[in-house]
Design a protein around this ligand. Structure first.
Ligand SMILES: O=C(NCCCOc1c(-c2ccc(O)c(O)c2)oc2cc(O)cc(O)c2c1=O)[C@@H]1CCCN1C(=O)/C=C/c1ccc(O)c(O)c1
Ligand SMILES: [Ca+2]
Length: 481
């Protein structure tokens, strides 16, 4: 369950945060398939609390496992899975089963709930109250591993994943999604569940549907564990034997270095990956930002780079996608005021708005669509072209100008210094003319952006002004004229 189960030749996922199922299906067919994306992470699909003001985090307060949310109903869900798989794009479902909604109210499928009573699914027997020994019943101290798992997170009803009945209901829900054709799961709040219980649940999961996957394919299982190396007793490596784990240190460090905090420099990235104390590459899911930490208060919040810092964001994502470490996931956001971190997706009368695609391929209606930015979209293809090639020809100016190749299939150059970059560099690439895929792309026999000429000795000249739009140049085997 470490394998992302992407169609061969595809290596990057995108989190289409809060998108509706019909919009995701269309995006798979018109964009993600054609541009070589591997998978979409969708927002939680199960019935959830209807909270006042419809904050984005209401979707992380389940009420039942019925497939009915503001993103769509079960039929639309099944249609999306079919159409995306047929376009070569996998679906990862954001699965929330550490807890259920708090208080009392009703859900997006009309189900009512009250306290620990979730009619038709859970009752008081199924929650951790007896296991939690804090005065409030909630998590009070993140330095106590027991209470982080057995007590209520933010007041949310804490499920007992040690119970056979609860394990049965959770795996029943996940297996329904697996049988519908999904490739796996992003599992929410795993820090708050015991690795042993997660392992027991994974063992109950079906193999993926042979309608879309080879026989005996295990579901991709990426566990959200927020660990930025702050010394909490619960660490991400404790979960890696169960499946892949989100590497929040990646998001924190990449933000710090590109922002030059504590005088850190891009040249320090020569040993990026395990060398920086992060998980083994094959156990790691990496990202520049995610739905929580792009709001500033999530893990590593302050240093995290988002769509608001667009030049840094393009540079950081280009570096992430070009580098061999981890399985890469892009964030695709909607606009929110930086002081309204609770704000939900663009909506009209509490219905989520459809995604508007402008004639130039960007999105409208407050959907940011970072995954459609040319500099990011073209790097997704770069990663596909260089797959399997090791990092070679590393160069730096000892400061914030770096470059490296992926074998002889691709080469990237980044200038994050406050002065021009003018260098002859060894690219490791075959001689010829290549289109820079950051400033444009190859159109037939010409480049819409910069053209880079590699000599017989593999060397090429690179000039990147510190005032350039993107600060990056990237070429690869398929952008060769
Ligand atoms: O101020 C808030 N929460 C307190 C600080 C963040 O704590 C939460 C963490 C959290 C934060 C830091 C950690 O180190 C950690 O182990 C857990 O994970 C969650 C996961 C959920 O499924 C639902 C939640 O309500 C939370 C949550 O409140 C606001 C109001 C309620 C939701 N929320 C939020 O901010 C919601 C945050 C949220 C929601 C879903 C996520 O997947 C996530 O990572 C964060
Ligand atoms: Ca728990």
């Amino acid at each position: 369950q470490w394998d992302p189960n992407n169609v061969s030749g595809r290596h990057t996922a995108v989190h289409l945060f809060e998108w509706k199922w019909p919009d995701i299906a269309a995006e798979c067919e018109r964009f993600l398939g054609p541009y070589g994306f591997g998978a979409v992470q969708i927002s939680p699909a199960s019935e959830h609390r209807v909270a006042w003001g419809r904050p984005w985090w209401e979707r992380y307060q389940p009420v039942s496992y019925q497939l009915q949310t503001r993103s769509g109903n079960e039929a639309e869900f099944r249609d999306m899975v079919k159409r995306c798989n047929n376009a070569g794009v996998r679906i990862y479902v954001d699965a929330v089963f550490n807890h259920m909604a708090e208080g009392s109210g009703y859900g997006t499928a009309g189900s009512s709930y009250n306290g620990l009573d979730f009619p038709g699914i859970y009752s008081a027997f199924d929650f951790n109250d007896a296991k939690c020994h804090t005065a409030s019943g909630g998590i009070e101290n993140y330095n106590d591993a027991d209470q982080v798992r057995n007590c209520k997170l933010q007041g949310l009803a804490d499920l007992n994943q040690g119970s056979e009945y609860v394990r049965g209901k959770i795996s029943e829900y996940l297996n329904k999604l697996i049988d519908a054709g999904v490739a796996g799961f992003r599992v929410d709040a795993c820090k708050h569940m015991w690795p042993g219980d997660l392992g027991a649940i994974v063992n109950r999961l079906h193999d993926l549907s042979t309608e879309y996957f080879p026989a005996n394919t295990r579901p991709f299982f990426v566990q959200e564990v927020i660990d930025v190396g702050a010394g909490e007793p619960i660490t991400s490596d404790q979960y890696q034997h169960v499946g892949r784990v989100t590497e929040f240190k990646y998001s924190k460090f990449i933000g710090e270095v590109f922002r030059k905090w504590n005088n850190q420099k891009l040249s320090y990235f020569s040993n990026w990956g395990e060398g920086w104390g992060m998980l083994p590459s094959g156990s790691s899911l990496v990202f520049v930002d995610n739905h929580d930490n792009q709001r500033g208060h999530g893990a590593g919040g302050a240093s995290v780079i988002t769509f608001r810092d667009s030049k840094l964001y393009k540079m950081a994502n280009a570096f992430m996608i070009a580098h061999p470490y981890g399985y890469t996931r892009l964030m695709s956001s909607y606009y929110f005021d930086s002081h309204s971190t609770d704000q939900g997706p663009p909506s009209t009368n509490e219905n989520i708005n459809g995604v508007i695609i402008n004639s130039d391929g960007t999105c409208g209606g407050d959907w940011i669509c970072e995954h459609r930015w040319r500099q990011i979209r073209n790097m997704v293809q770069f990663r596909n072209v260089v797959s399997g090639q090791s990092l070679q020809n590393w160069w730096s100016n000892g400061n914030n100008q770096i470059a490296f190749s992926r074998g002889n299939k691709g080469f990237i150059v980044i200038n994050n210094d406050d002065w021009n970059m003018n260098e002859w560099l060894q690219t490791g690439m075959p001689a010829g003319s290549y289109c820079d895929v950051i400033s444009g792309e190859k159109h037939g026999s010409h480049c819409s952006g910069t053209t880079i000429t590699v000599g017989g000795d593999g060397r090429a000249h690179f000039h990147i002004s510190n005032h350039a739009d993107d600060g990056v140049i990237a070429i690869h085997q398929d952008s060769k004229l």
